[in-house]
Design a protein around this ligand. Sequence first.
Ligand code: SF4
Length: 372
Amino acid sequence: MIAVDLRRHDFQLDELVERIKSNDHRLVALQVPEGLKIQALEMMDQIEDGSDAKVVLAADPCYGACDLVHDKMRMMGVELVAHMGHSQMNIDSGMPTQFIPVTYEGDPELDPILPIIAQHHTVAESRLEAIGKEVELDDSSARDHFLDAIGRIAPLTGTKLGLVGSIQHLHLLPEYKERLEKSGYVVEIPVGGDRLSFPGQVLGCNYSGDNPSIGHYLFLGSGDFHPIGLVLHTGKPLAMLDPYTGDATEMSLERIERILRQRSGLIMAVDGAVSFGILIGEKPGQMRRSLAIRMKRLLKKHGRKGYLLALDHVGPELIDFYPVDAFVNTACPRIAIDDSVRYAKPLITPFELEVALGEKEWEHGYQFDEIP
Ligand code: SF4
């Protein structure tokens, strides 16, 4: 078996090498997520040693399966793309692509997270009880009120514990489900839509497995990228267990509230804006052309001007200088949510533009910009 072991990350290259050999491929592109690029040369050696193919590393930044190597590599003569560490999405890059799973054999203890889960379960129960008894908030209170800002908590029908994770930890979920059930919880590993390949999977732009019977979540993974999106999308309490460190924490509602205040501020900041740059992502899984054109039409309807700007990578140095008042982002949703402070001008999501133009109402619930 060909495997590389990095902090117990396991990369399986056998299937790839077999495919290369049986198709007699001569030139293969390797695409590796940022966190694993340090191992890329070792992987290239192993593929070249195991086959007659030459390997070219697609060395541009890669943050997801939305970012598949596409036609440019075909022009270089590449016959197959080996994409490491992400799973297949509902997109066609136009290139034959082999997805290579990367798994991590962490085994974090459940005990430290159980008190947090117990507390969240109580929150879910009281929310369920409160359904139908919500007090109507006026516009300004709603803007200040986290629970009201995320309208999606409204249709709660249960208090199940949703068990989710990032891709390299998904194989742990069935075992953790059993352990949590032994602790007395009713646990669901939610199954999402076409953009997700596996039960329990979440992406920074897609939490489609969420359903009203789930009252709170446990996320197996590291960092707060997925947790922030999940709570922005659902409004539900989220416990976090890190398989690398064993750390047991939660996504604080104050943090989400801060983000929502910032979003609300940006919506107000574009109030007098007349001209907008509308960003279209060129990456296959980020390209939302119809949405961008709809935003352009919407701006026109409201007497504003929208310029369509197509980019592969989005960054302040690439757009700040355009003489527009603000930007609307239809590429990776997280560019507007996580990075807006890096930009000199307001950078908002399509939903936020609709709110700014009076087409949608903030107080009916903040809508996370999900790519289905
Ligand atoms: S969050 Fe952004 S980078 Fe990640 S998969 Fe979604 S579109 Fe791609």
